[in-house]
Write a new protein. Structure first.
Lengths: 191, 140
């Protein structure tokens, strides 16, 4: 038996079949968790994004259903990115540790990377890198961080980012330029 | 020239490390997948959907109540303004109601008593009535 398409499942949910939403959830939860994992490390943060993204998607299903032929995965990814953005902004309002919190080990790791000595690396070094990256990225605004992750990690194009965030192309380009400069400034202190 | 090349090299190094930093940030794919595979996750999503639905229904109730108020307040104000305007019109000289216009000569009952309360006799009228009565008696 052929598998029901995402569009078909959406139609079933809109028709009152709540079990069809479970099927959509099962199909796409991994992708949403991976998107959340680009921005957040703690499992509870990833789960928060996952829950919020699927809740928002559930209530927005009539909008998606009104446009036949839409790509559900791309639509859900847009919602997930926006939920991550909201979460980053919420975090931005909380007091955070700053660059001064870098440990000696982290500073050495950053120096090694800047001198291009970081070929390969064991699990311990990866963990240090992750902590270091987290602390460095806290220096960026939520917008900067969002755009950089979408560009450099998700490898999305400017048009895709603009579509996902509802921004103009020029706004994405300007924000990307400023974000790169901000990240360079943050790193430059260790050169 | 040399310093420009050095700056470009420095910027390229910073961009490269910046990309590494971005890729190293966040959770590993395994950690994210572990969260996605955790038990009862769908149940928690359903609970959240139910809570959100309840919140939206409450918000809808308040919105409906505000919409009724939004329509009722101007309508009540308009009626009050109209009533006040009519009151002013009725109590000013030009608009004062002539009670007599409501009475026919045959109305001698309750209506006449009510409206007579509003038409007090002047001293001249009283004197004129007395004199008329005295004159009639004198003619007899």
């Amino acid at each position: 038996m052929a598998e029901t398409t995402d569009g078909g499942l959406v139609a079933r949910v809109l028709g009152g079949d709540e079990e069809a939403f479970r099927e959509l959830f099962e199909r796409h939860r991994r992708r949403v968790a991976l998107i959340a994992g680009r921005f957040f490390r703690r499992p509870e943060q990833i789960e928060e994004v996952l829950q919020e993204a699927f809740t928002k998607a559930y209530f927005a299903l009539p909008d998606f259903g009104a446009r036949p032929g839409g790509d559900f995965a791309a639509w859900l990814a847009r919602i997930a990115f926006n939920v991550c953005y909201d979460e980053l902004r919420r975090q931005g309002r909380r007091p955070e540790s700053s660059l001064e919190d870098l440990s000696a080990e982290e500073s050495a790791e950053l120096g090694r990377r800047l001198r291009d000595e970081s070929a390969g690396g064991d699990a311990e070094r990866a963990a240090v890198s992750r902590d270091l990256a987290e602390k460095l990225l806290r220096r960026l605004s939520p917008e900067d961080r969002l755009v950089l992750v979408m560009l450099e990690v998700e490898e999305l194009g400017v048009a895709e980012i603009a579509g996902a965030l509802g921004w103009s192309l020029s706004k994405v380009k300007v924000r990307a330029h400023r974000a790169r400069a901000a990240l360079r400034r943050a790193l430059g202190r260790f050169l | 020239m040399a310093s420009q090349k050095r700056d470009e090299g420095r910027e390229a190094a910073l961009d490269r490390v910046g990309r590494e930093v971005l890729r190293a940030s966040g959770a590993s794919a395994e950690d994210a997948e572990r969260v996605a595979a955790s038990g009862f996750l769908y149940a928690r999503v359903r609970a959240r959907i139910a809570a959100e639905r309840e919140r939206r229904e409450d918000a809808d109730w308040w919105r409906a109540a505000l919409a009724v108020l939004w329509r009722a307040v101007p309508a009540t104000a308009a009626v009050a303004a109209l009533a006040f305007a009519l009151l002013l019109f009725a109590t000013t000289g030009r608009g004062r109601m002539a009670e007599a216009a409501f009475l026919s000569p045959a109305d001698v009952g309750v209506e006449g008593v009510i409206f007579d309360d509003g038409r007090a006799l002047s001293n001249d009228e009283v004197l004129e009535t007395i004199l008329e009565g005295a004159g009639r008696e004198g003619q007899r």
